[in-house]
Design a protein around this ligand. Structure first.
Ligand SMILES: *[C@@H]1O[C@H](CO)[C@@H](O)[C@H](O)[C@H]1NC(C)=O
Ligand SMILES: *[C@@H]1O[C@H](CO)[C@@H](O)[C@H](O)[C@H]1NC(C)=O
Ligand SMILES: *[C@@H]1O[C@H](CO)[C@@H](O)[C@H](O)[C@H]1NC(C)=O
Ligand SMILES: *[C@@H]1O[C@H](CO)[C@@H](O)[C@H](O)[C@H]1NC(C)=O
Length: 414
């Protein structure tokens, strides 16, 4: 068995692909889940929290009926129960855009509970979040921030992976609370988010998690220099944008063949009578996802958060934190970009400087502003020009070593 990767946080806004990623984590012996921090995002905070409880109850029911399957869920009923805590209810700044009213390619998020309206369509799968006792989870009124800080402070340094499947808001609050603690002690951060060289899935240009809180992305990844302690340790930050995650799909005919022969769409809702409780649960939320993807001419769902979870499972923290220590089959590239926080059309858009004229202009520089600055000083185009306007971004090239700052990377399965 690979050595265990303690997972401090699965920071999540559980919609359909988050829940599948979490089921994947429960089935992965490599992982030890310390905590789930639920946040706004795919749905509101209450539904987020309840969706974790729903997933846990579905697995519990399944194992009651099929105890022989317990070896398939090594992270269910562990000696130490993961903590379930609430994180952010909205972004650092700006408007709360819950995803409920989005349509289009944001297929898994079109229903209000984040799981294809499962709570109304399948009341048997709904849960109350009124209790304080739970057989497999430690419920708490402590904030997600307190829970995450506790583990990061008390576990051995550089051993915890922070898996961000939702907006980066909670991580921004953690950094705000004690940046030194995070910089010194976090093992790795694996983040599903962004769209670099591909279209968005929320808007034409933005991926949902970065769209939901572009302020957190700006603060954590971009608005920082070497002196700025709000900067994440980017040498330990792995970002999985749509560029890579979209390539991985679950074709529904494959799901039908391997998991549930009776799987259809929400027009023919899952019937618990002839299938296991876990299969009934997954089919009950996937059947609505299928309705939406079929409208787009596709009979498959994209596995964004699952790819991030897979990356975290395969790439436990290493003591020197460097990205060039990824597992066989994975590689990472440094990318430089900025993010649009507001914008009439472009909230959450990742701006990559694709101009190839680095000798005259600093990457990311605004030519109009550079020219105005030159005019003001009655200066001509020259060597210093590229620093006339402080650039927020750097040239894009594959570095031989990981630069200390201002860059980020993403994992690629090859
Ligand atoms: C959710 O499902 C219920 C029961 O099938 C239905 O009445 C309701 O309209 C659905 N809500 C949405 C937002 O689709
Ligand atoms: C939560 O409330 C429901 C009904 O409102 C009840 O059936 C259930 O037992 C309660 N759960 C706990 C853990 O108290
Ligand atoms: C959280 O606080 C509420 C209200 O004080 C209480 O009813 C509930 O039992 C608490 N839950 C836990 C897990 O401590
Ligand atoms: C941050 O955490 C470290 C390590 O636990 C601690 O020594 C330091 O006092 C904390 N700083 C703040 C500002 O709380």
């Amino acid at each position: 068995m690979a050595h265990r990767t303690p997972v401090c946080i699965v920071s999540t806004d559980p919609g359909v692909d988050d829940i599948i990623a979490i089921l994947f984590a429960l089935a992965s012996p490599e992982l030890e889940i310390l905590a789930f921090i639920t946040s706004f995002g795919n749905t509101d905070i209450t539904s987020s929290y309840k969706n974790i409880l729903k997933a846990y109850r579905a697995v519990a029911r399944h194992l009651e009926e099929f105890p022989q399957d317990s070896s398939r869920f090594p992270n269910f009923n562990p000696e130490t129960k993961p903590i379930l805590a609430c994180g952010s209810v909205g972004p650092l700044e700006g408007d709360l855009h819950s995803a409920q009213y989005f349509h289009g390619r944001l297929v898994e998020r079109v229903q209000s509970d984040g799981l294809g309206n499962i709570s109304e369509r399948h009341p048997d799968l709904d849960v109350e979040s009124n209790g304080s006792e739970h057989p497999q989870l430690t419920l708490t009124n402590l904030s997600g921030l307190e829970v995450a800080s506790h583990f990061i402070r008390n576990r051995p340094p550089r051993t915890i992976t922070y898996i961000a499947l939702g907006p980066l808001t909670d991580l921004a609050w953690l950094m705000n609370d004690n940046a030194t603690l995070i910089r010194d002690r976090i093992g790795r951060i694996v983040c599903m988010g962004g769209a670099l060289d591909v279209p968005g899935n929320t808007s034409p240009v933005a991926e949902f998690n970065f769209f939901a809180d572009p302020y957190a992305v700006k603060k954590l990844l971009i608005q920082a220099d070497i002196e700025n302690p709000t900067l994440l340790p980017l040498d330990r930050f792995l970002m999985l944008p749509l560029d890579i995650t979209t390539l991985h799909e679950l074709p529904f005919p494959f799901y039908t063949e391997k998991v549930d022969p009776a799987f259809e769409t929400s027009a023919k809702p899952s019937d618990p009578a002839n299938k296991s409780p876990l299969t009934h649960f997954t089919s009950s939320f996937l059947e609505q996802t299928r309705v939406v993807v079929l409208q787009f001419g596709k009979d498959a769902m994209e596995l964004h958060d699952i790819v991030a979870m897979w990356c975290a499972i395969e790439n436990p923290p290493v003591s020197n934190g460097c990205v060039d220590t990824l597992a066989a089959g994975w590689s990472a590239r440094t990318r430089v970009f900025d993010i649009e926080r507001t914008g009439e059309l472009t909230r959450g858009f990742l701006v990559v400087d694709r101009r190839d004229d680095g000798s005259a202009y600093a990457p990311g520089a605004n030519r109009a502003e550079v020219q105005a600055e030159l005019d003001k000083h009655n200066a001509h185009h020259g060597a210093w020009e590229s620093t006339a306007v402080p650039a927020l971004v750097e040239t894009e090239h594959a570095p031989t070593a990981v630069p200390a700052n201002g860059v980020m990377v993403w994992g690629v399965v090859v």
